[in-house]
Design a protein around this ligand. Structure first.
Ligand SMILES: [Zn+2]
Length: 161
């Protein structure tokens, strides 16, 4: 069955939202302690993963920035929204992380900013991303004292465990 362009657009929009929801939960739990508490990357405030958000080191929610794990870290609402990402702190910290990995942080960050390209994800690709991040999420949940049912409710999605 062929979908009308309007229906397809709606499906894509919904799938994009779902990718972000799973990816955001994955990032928060990946950086959480064994009980699910996570520290804001830019101000150090500690909160339960569900109350935290996930923010980007580079502004703009378009295209490839949105799902680039390398530049996404847990952030509190205050830093992410009210302080518009606290990007000056975010950038310095994420460059330091890369330096520690033996990579020139400044070069890496510059390439992240300047090598952006436009991506038009197909519905199939978006569904693959949802599955990819669901699997990564489950792995991180299992390492901690976090109830998978709580995660399912939060996402409002089915997850195979
Ligand atoms: Zn914060």
């Amino acid at each position: 069955m062929k979908l009308s362009p309007a229906k397809k657009k709606k499906k894509i929009k919904r799938a994009k939202y779902k990718v972000w929801k799973v990816l955001s939960a994955y990032i928060r739990i990946k950086y959480a302690d064994k009980d699910g508490y996570v520290t804001c990357y830019t101000c150090g405030k500690k909160m339960y993963w569900k109350k935290m958000q996930a923010g980007h080191a580079i502004p703009g929610r378009a295209n490839d920035i949105l799902y680039d794990e390398e530049i996404i870290r847990p952030q509190c609402r205050r830093c992410n929204i009210m302080q518009q990402g606290n990007l000056h702190i975010f950038a310095v910290k994420i460059m330091e992380e890369k330096n520690k990995q033996g990579i020139d942080g400044l070069k890496w960050f510059k390439s992240k900013i300047y090598n952006r390209h436009s991506v038009n994800y197909s519905l199939k690709e978006l569904h693959e991303l949802i599955e990819k991040y669901k699997n990564l999420l489950v792995k991180e949940v299992k390492k901690r004292n976090i109830n998978i049912e709580e995660v399912k409710t939060f996402l409002n999605m089915k997850i195979k465990v």
